[in-house]
Design a protein around this ligand. Structure first.
Ligand code: PEP
Ligand code: MN
Length: 348
């Protein structure tokens, strides 16, 4: 249930509603919009009728049920879009934020040269994996703490905020010391212990969609973060599993638009994992921006053929620059609706 306060509600009236929600056995969550304040009553096992009765309390405009199972991430709870600040990069604002960098951190030189190149081409954040979720235990697993140090140094050298993946609750503290944003990878989207832990940190989280997760499950995973106290969440569509075998995953671009309808959280797109193919990154990036993505995360490597992970989907510097240029080109023009010289209604 959400309690919409009236525009003229006083602080005392808001505090009273918060108190009554608590008394009724729910957790109150306050959102202050530009015009009005909304107080959500979340949790289960509370006395619903006591919340419904708040429609008679002073300063309350309406008490409405939340239609969706996710609440704090919903647009009903916060109609205006959220902007998440990641050490100066603002995701969810007017400008598209491009995050670029290698799949895995391999060496200081590799990350530094990549960071310089992607920054020059217009990227505003750096990515790089230190702890890698690999399908096979025999594949490169990431350099761990050594990689975190490299990312921190390169961040200091270039000024680019850094996002890196966290796979385990054990690594949360050390990653927080080195990075500006923590990525929950697709395979961990429903690692609830990890989500609960990340709800308690003072860093933004990039929450990737699980390869087999519905949009509802994805938003409920985000709800774990918000309900636990971390509202700095950016969603990332990275492709889902379908029967198609020509691409690594199927990029669900409609989900980007859908999520923007259902949630106030920013959503970015990952065309690298979404397609698995260098040649498709430019087209899918343009399409993602056209459909409303607030940003992109793209894998770039100085020499993709030598990459220790995800080489086939990584762009080299020239390829990335071309993708960035492509993002600035206008969409195609529309064909005229009637042939030239043909006036509607004109009879020969
Ligand atoms: C990655 O970003 O390199 C990665 C492993 O992504 P995902 O979790 O989307 O597969
Ligand atoms: Mn990767």
């Amino acid at each position: 249930m959400i309690v919409n306060m009236s525009e003229k509600a006083t602080e005392e009236q808001i505090a009273h509603v918060v108190e009554r929600i608590r008394e009724a056995g729910y957790q109150p969550h306050l959102t202050r919009g530009t015009e009005r304040t909304i107080v959500a009553a979340v949790g289960s096992g509370g006395r619903r009728h006591e919340i419904e009765a708040l429609s008679a309390a002073p300063g309350v405009e309406a008490v409405v049920p939340i239609a969706q199972p996710f609440k704090l991430v919903s647009r009903q709870m916060k109609p205006e879009r959220s902007v998440i600040d990641v050490a100066g990069a603002r995701i969810g604002g007017d400008a598209v934020v491009v995050i670029a960098g290698p799949c895995s951190v391999e060496s200081h030189e590799q990350v530094l040269t990549t960071a310089i190149a992607v920054k020059k081409a217009g990227a505003s954040m750096l990515r790089g994996g230190a702890y890698k979720p690999r399908t096979s235990p025999y594949d490169f697993q990431g350099l761990g703490i050594e990689a975190l140090k490299i990312l921190r140094e390169v961040r200091e050298q270039t000024g680019l905020p850094v996002v890196t993946e966290v796979m385990s609750t054990e690594d949360v503290d050390v990653i927080c010391e080195h990075a500006d944003m923590l990525q929950v990878g697709a395979r961990n989207m429903q690692n609830f212990a990890l989500l609960r832990r990340l709800a308690m940190i003072d860093k933004p989280v990039l929450l990737k969609r699980g390869p087999s997760a519905t949009v509802k499950e994805w938003l409920l995973a985000a709800e774990y973060l918000l309900s636990g106290g971390n509202s700095r969440v950016v969603l990332c569509e990275r492709g889902i599993k379908t029967f198609e075998t020509e691409t690594r995953n199927t990029m669900d671009l409609a989900a980007v638009a859908l999520v923007r309808e259902l949630s106030h959280l920013p959503v970015i797109a990952d065309p690298s994992h979404g397609t698995g193919k260098q040649s498709l990154i430019a087209a899918v990036s343009r399409a993602a921006v056209a459909i409303g993505a607030d940003g992109l995360i793209v894998e770039v490597h100085p020499c993709p053929e030598r990459a220790l992970s995800d080489g086939p989907q990584s762009l080299d510097f020239a390829g990335f620059e071309k993708v960035m240029r492509g993002l600035c080109e206008p969409l195609r023009q529309l064909a005229p609706s009637t042939p030239e010289g043909f006036a509607l209604g004109a009879q020969a």
